[in-house]
Every structure is written in C-alpha cells, then in structure tokens.
Design a protein around this ligand. Structure first.
Ligand code: 4NP
Length: 170
C-alpha cells in the first residue's frame, strides 16, 4: 500500500505579495484544522514578475498577524506554464489573474484546473473577486484577510470531498 500524492493547490494574484500569499497562509491554517495536513499542499505565485523574490508586503503581514495568522517564509515567484502540470487546482484571486492564466493554458485539461476564488464566496458576499489592496489603506488588507477567511472553509470542504472521491492509489 502506498500513500497517495498530496492534492496540490496554487493561489495566484498579480504581485504574489498581498492576496495569494494570504490565501496560501489561510488555506494552510484551515486545512490543518480540517485534518488535511500532509494530504494537501499549497503554494502561491503572481502573474507579474515585479516582486519576484520578495517577502509579502509588510501591510499584508500586519493584517494577517492582527487576525492571528503567521507567515511561513514565502518568497514571491511568477506563474509558469508548468504549474498547469504540477497543480491540481489553480485559484486566481481576480478576473485579470484568471484571464492571464487562461491565456497560457495549453488545452482543456489546463483550463479545467482554473477556478476563481469567488467560486467559494458565500451568496451574501458583495465582492465578486478578492479586491487588490495594494494602493489602499490598512482596512483593505483586513478586508482581504476577512473575505479569504470567510471563504476558505468552503474551499477546503470541497477539496476534501474531491479527495475522498478520487480513486485511491494502489
Ligand atoms: P497582489 O497585490 O497582486 O495581491 O500581490 C499587488 C502587489 C503589487 C502590485 C499590485 C498589486 N504592484 O502594482 O506592484
């Protein structure tokens, strides 16, 4: 009997210094609470290359800390076509990220892996994507953390059902 490979999820935003590293951090916390540690693996990246190698924005880290999350050491990287092969699920934070990723898709199987973060927003959310907080004040960063926190349990539950329904590795 062999252990099946972890289910791999990639969060994507523009710069990989605000929204997608937050989504990765929040996902890891929610997945661990759901007992999925070791069965899932998360990463994040950006569609732009301006911030490659940078730590998350200090305003984003401050908002995460205010909400009780801790930073695990991520450095920004850019989305690459091989991410379509490496990951099971690719989650853009807004429609621009989604368009940029889909423009690199090689086939229908690549496209089918791309699902916007808004897929897991509650019906009562007024946002239709995760708003870019970069040019605003601290409230925008807190709003990103709150929106991702409200949505992440739904994503993790969905992922858990998908994994439970996968044929197990022999
Ligand atoms: P992110 O936010 O896509 O959530 O990481 C941004 C980071 C940097 C820039 C814009 C948005 N920028 O223009 O440098």
């Amino acid at each position: 009997m062999s252990q099946s490979a972890p289910y791999k999820v990639l969060f994507v935003c523009l710069g990989n210094i605000c929204r997608s590293p937050s989504a990765e951090i929040i996902f890891n916390a929610v997945a661990a609470r759901a007992g999925l540690a070791g069965r899932v693996k998360a990463d994040s990246c950006g569609t732009a290359s301006y911030h490659i190698g940078s730590r998350p924005d200090h305003r984003m880290l401050a908002a995460l800390e205010r909400a009780g999350y801790s930073y695990g050491g991520h450095r920004a990287r850019a989305f690459r076509r091989s991410d379509f092969t490496e990951f099971d699920l690719i989650i853009p934070q807004d429609e621009y990220n989604e368009q940029d990723i889909l423009a690199l898709a090689r086939n229908e199987s690549d496209r089918a892996k791309v699902k916007g973060m808004w897929t897991w927003f509650a019906a009562e959310e007024t946002e239709h994507s995760v708003p870019d907080p970069y040019y605003g004040g601290p409230a925008g960063f807190d709003a990103v953390v709150a929106l991702l926190t409200r949505s992440m349990e739904r994503l993790v539950n969905d992922m858990k059902s998908t994994m439970d329904n996968l044929p197990s590795a022999m």
